[in-house]
Design a protein around this ligand. Structure first.
Ligand code: 5CA
Ligand code: ZN
Length: 398
């Protein structure tokens, strides 16, 4: 992070659970958990947009003088990963290791600052088993044919993240990894906590018996163990609001009390060819492919930042072309030895980001300074330097 003059600005953003704009981490410290990748395929623009959004929050907090603890997981054991490994005849651990490295390379290229802790599900199995045992001891877990389920009825605040009606919860859980139709469950939406070993799938020994943890308890365990309850922000794409973030919060409530997270911020879904970009649909634009074809990763980052995080948006060639043009004009204006003073522009840039992460407005602040430089120039020798450092620190654009 390049040094900047002190900027006294707080972040206000849209909290999904509150359904309103809310100040987030107004104090000196900020603790954030963001749901990471399932490493069975390359990082696409949708993933990248989500991690750039939370990187913008991370950078904002650091540039405004806060100490940040940022935790991100990697779901390095999951059904889609095992299915892809089996389809391609490769070892699932090798597939995960390869895709994790590719993800990290993509994030470095996009200048996404690394989280404080990047934690795999596999290395968390023992801790997750201990958390499941804790849930069982307090009566929040029950068995169905050898598998352990979480009883959402044990969490008084269940529903407070998504506020969805029960029928919608059941329908969505069927689409996103749940098993609402399985006989023997107390509530159709109750999620798996511990899955008994299956033929041909990996399993781990634990005091619960052999098996592997469910998805939600993995994230709840990592967040509670590294951040503690009541951390400032739970993040991820909107597709994780239910069941994933609802279930992690409910399990966290039973384990360590309410709130699990104080605030929930969700990234919009990026679509391509008219549908949500997703590994299962196959309508993908990969960051690694763009890089290989010679696209400047900074243009990809600017293309993402030109979108509002409050609405889903489509990736198109025009979005990228506009960002490439903008990047060129910024670099031209910043490479001059002098320019207009940028003190007020940097303040306005920080204000725009603090006001509901308004990245399109932040880019327009820079555009205005660049236009002034182009039309009239300026004789401030510190103008371009301060502007470059602020663009680097807040926007991650070199
Ligand atoms: N490993 C889990 C989270 S614990 C998972 O959802 N992995 S993922 O690889 O499917 O997605 C990684 C992140 O990208 C998640 O935060 C997800 O919400 C987000 N994401 C997935 N598809 C899109 C998309 N089309 N647009 C924006 N974000 C997306
Ligand atoms: Zn997660």
């Amino acid at each position: 992070m390049p040094p900047l003059p002190p900027l006294d600005v707080d972040l206000v953003a849209y909290d999904t659970a509150a359904g309103a704009l809310t100040p987030i981490a107004a104090g000196r410290e900020a603790r954030m958990y963001v749901c990471g990748i399932t490493p069975y395929d390359a990082t696409h623009i949708g993933h990248a947009a989500t991690y750039v959004l939370f990187d913008t929050i991370h950078r904002f907090w650091r540039a405004t003088g806060r100490a940040v603890t940022y935790v991100q997981n990697v779901t390095d054991i999951d059904d889609p990963l095992l299915e892809r490994a089996a389809r391609d005849g490769v070892d699932w651990q090798q597939l995960a290791a390869f895709e994790i490295q590719r993800f990290r390379d993509d994030m470095v290229a996009l200048r996404v600052l690394p989280p404080t802790h990047l934690v795999g599900a596999v290395e968390t199995v023992g801790d997750a088993a201990a958390r499941v045992a804790q849930l069982r001891e307090v009566g929040a877990a029950y068995e169905v044919d050898g598998d352990l389920y979480f009883a959402v009825s044990a969490a008084a605040r269940f529903g407070s993240v998504s506020h969805l009606p029960e029928a919608d919860m059941i329908a969505i859980s069927a689409e996103r990894g749940g098993d609402p139709d399985r006989p023997g469950k107390a509530n159709p939406v109750d999620p798996l906590l511990w899955q008994a070993p299956e033929e041909g799938h990996p399993s781990w020994d634990s005091p619960l018996g052999p098996g592997r943890p469910g998805w939600h308890i993995e994230c709840a365990t990592i967040a509670l163990n590294l951040l503690g309850p009541g951390f400032d922000l739970q993040g991820g794409g909107r597709d994780l609001v239910f069941p994933h973030h609802e279930m992690s919060a409910a399990q966290g409530e039973v384990l360590e009390g309410w709130p699990f997270a104080r605030h929930y911020v969700h990234a919009p879904m990026v679509s391509y060819d008219g549908e949500k970009m997703s590994k299962s649909l196959g309508n993908l634009v990969f960051i690694s492919q763009l890089r290989e074809s010679g696209v400047d990763p900074m243009a990809v980052r600017l293309a993402i930042l030109a979108q509002s995080y409050r609405e889903d948006w489509p990736w198109t060639p025009d979005v990228l072309a506009a960002a490439e043009k903008r990047l060129e004009s910024w670099r031209g204006a910043l490479s001059q030895p002098t320019g207009p003073s940028s003190v007020n522009a940097v303040e306005a840039l920080a204000q725009a980001l603090g006001s509901d992460l308004d990245t399109p407005a932040a880019l327009e602040v820079v555009d205005a300074w660049v236009e002034e430089q182009r039309l009239r120039g300026g004789d401030d020798p510190g103008g371009p330097g301060l502007m470059s450092r602020a663009i680097d620190a807040f926007l991650g654009v070199a």
